[in-house]
Ligand binder design. Structure first.
Ligand SMILES: [Zn+2]
Length: 367
C-alpha cells in the first residue's frame, strides 16, 4: 500500500510499504479524512516544538519512518482477535496518547494519567496512508450526525475539553481567551458550556474576532486596535478575569504571538485567578515567578485528554453544542495532497487557515 514516510525533516515521500496485518487488540482502518496537527506540521519541517527530540531520534535511527496522522476519521475494515465493540464499516476517531498497561498508575485504575504508553503518529504509524493499524483501546465510534471532516477534529477538540476542565470554571466566572485559532475558538465554546459568565476573546485578525462573536464571545477584542489588558480590566469592573486561556503564543515565524500574550494573560487575570497555558512556545520563556506568587496566581497546564474526554467530545459535536464547521477553512482531496496540508498547517497565518488543512482520502457518504 501507499504511505507517506519521512526520510528526514522536510523530506516526505509517498512510498510503497508492506500491507499491515491485524493482530490481537488491533483494528485495521481505511482513513477517510486526516489532518496534521500544528505540532506535527511544525515538526515535519524541523521546527522545534513538543516532541522534537523524540522525532529527531527516530529519523536519525529508523528513517524512512511513517510519522504523524493521529487526527483522523477512518472506517473499520477488520478487527483482530480480542477486539470487541467495533465492526467493519464503523467510523472511528482516536485519542493519540495511550496508557502502557503495565505501570503502577495503569495497575491501580489511574491509567488515564499514564504517560508511559505509545503515542499514535509518534511511536505507532498514523493515518497518512491508504490503511492504518490502530490499537482498539485508542478508538471511539463517530456518531452518524458528525461528518468525516468534523470527526477528524475530534481528537484536538478533546484536548480543548481537557484544557477547559483543567480550568475548573465556576458558574458565572469571567473568562478571557487570548488567541482565536482553532483551540481558542474551541475553548470559547466549551467554556460557555461549562458555566462561564462574560466571555472576552482577543485576536489580531478581524475575521477571527468576527468568528469568535458568531461562536458566542460577548466581546471580541482586536489587539491591533485597542490595548487589551486595560480593556479586559474595564469590562471586569477593574478586577481582571477569573480565568484566562493563553492560546496565542508561539513562534512569530508561524504567525503566532511570541511570548507577549503570556504577559498580557497574567496582567489580565484577577489576583487569585487562573491562567491556563494552552500554547507551545518552542523554547524557554522568561517569567517573573515572584509576580505570580505575590498575586496568588495559578498558572495551569491542560491535563492530557482521556477516553472520557473524547467520548464527551463526540456528544458535544453530535448534539450541535460545539460547532466545528465554521473553523474548517482548507479541505484538500487525495493522498497526494498531504505535503500541501503540512505546508498550510505549519503556516496557518500566511494561508488564513483556522483549523489545520484537511485531506479527504475517501468519501464515506456521511452527513
Ligand atoms: Zn502505564
Amino acid at each position: 500500500m501507499k504511505a507517506w514516510r519521512f526520510h528526514a525533516f522536510g523530506d516526505l515521500r509517498l512510498d510503497d510499504v508492506p500491507e499491515p496485518h491485524v493482530g490481537p487488540g488491533q483494528v485495521l482502518v481505511e482513513p477517510l479524512c486526516v489532518q496534521p496537527s500544528v505540532t506535527e506540521a511544525q515538526l515535519a519541517f524541523g521546527i522545534p516544538t513538543l516532541a522534537y527530540d523524540r522525532v529527531q531520534r527516530r529519523l536519525e535511527t529508523e528513517a524512512p519512518v511513517q510519522l504523524f496522522g493521529h487526527e483522523f476519521c477512518a472506517r473499520v475494515l477488520a478487527t483482530g482477535p480480542a477486539v470487541e465493540g467495533y465492526r467493519p464499516g464503523d467510523r472511528v476517531a482516536a485519542r493519540a496518547k495511550l496508557p502502557c498497561g503495565n505501570c503502577v498508575l495503569c495497575r491501580t485504575h489511574r491509567a488515564d494519567r499514564c504517560r508511559a504508553g505509545p503515542v499514535i503518529g509518534f511511536d505507532l504509524p498514523g493515518c497518512f496512508a491508504e490503511r492504518g493499524l490502530l490499537p482498539a483501546i485508542a478508538l471511539v465510534k463517530v456518531d452518524d450526525r458528525i461528518s468525516d471532516s468534523e470527526a477528524a477534529c475530534l481528537q484536538s477538540l478533546s484536548d480543548s475539553v481537557a484544557a477547559v476542565e483543567t480550568a475548573g470554571i465556576q458558574m458565572a466566572d469571567t473568562v478571557a481567551i487570548f488567541g482565536q485559532g482553532s483551540m481558542g475558538l474551541e475553548c470559547l465554546q466549551i467554556a460557555r458550556l461549562s458555566g462561564a459568565g462574560l466571555v472576552i476573546t482577543v485576536d489580531v485578525r478581524d475575521e477571527a474576532c468576527q468568528m469568535s462573536r458568531e461562536l458566542g464571545a460577548d466581546h471580541a477584542l482586536n489587539a491591533r486596535e485597542i490595548d487589551v489588558v486595560p480593556a479586559i480590566r474595564e469590562l471586569t469592573g477593574g478586577v481582571g478575569a477569573d480565568v484566562v486561556f493563553e492560546c496565542a503564543g508561539g513562534s512569530p515565524k508561524q504567525g503566532l504571538a511570541g511570548h507577549a500574550t503570556l504577559r498580557q494573560a497574567i496582567d489580565a487575570v484577577r489576583s487569585g485567578g487562573k491562567v491556563v497555558g494552552v500554547s507551545w512556545f518552542g523554547g524557554p520563556v522568561e517569567l517573573n515567578v515572584d509576580l505570580l506568587r505575590e498575586r496568588s496566581l495559578r498558572y495551569l497546564f491542560p491535563d492530557i485528554s482521556t477516553r472520557g474526554h473524547l467520548e464527551h467530545t463526540v456528544r458535544l459535536v453530535a448534539s450541535g453544542r460545539v460547532r466545528l464547521k465554521p473553523t474548517i477553512t482548507h479541505v484538500l482531496s487525495g493522498l497526494d495532497c498531504v505535503p500541501r496540508a503540512f505546508e498550510i498547517t505549519a503556516n496557518k497565518g500566511k494561508f488564513r487557515a483556522i483549523n489545520p488543512a484537511q485531506v479527504i482520502l475517501k468519501a464515506s457518504g456521511g452527513p
